[in-house]
Design a protein around this ligand. Structure first.
Ligand SMILES: [Zn+2]
Length: 75
């Protein structure tokens, strides 16, 4: 599922923003904005959502590849 677009028109159960970590169903607390310069234009941002527990590991994963641009609280 794409997470970089609003989930309009979905049933209420699908509206909940959850963590992007594999197997994690916790609500998102942060959004990690990233860009892969090999496949994205520089101003493009992909977004992963992360819970408190996975913010660091997901950010680290992106940062090690040089993809991480910003981490912001998910509101
Ligand atoms: Zn998580």
């Amino acid at each position: 599922m794409r997470r970089d677009e609003p989930h309009r028109g979905l049933p209420p159960g699908e509206l909940e923003a959850i963590c992007s970590a594999k197997g994690c169903r916790r609500p998102a607390a942060y959004e990690l904005r990233w860009n892969n310069p090999k496949i994205h234009t520089p101003e493009r941002r992909k977004v992963w959502l992360a819970c408190e527990e996975h913010r660091e590991s997901l950010a680290d994963f992106l940062d090690r590849r040089g993809f991480l641009r910003e981490v912001a609280p998910f509101a």
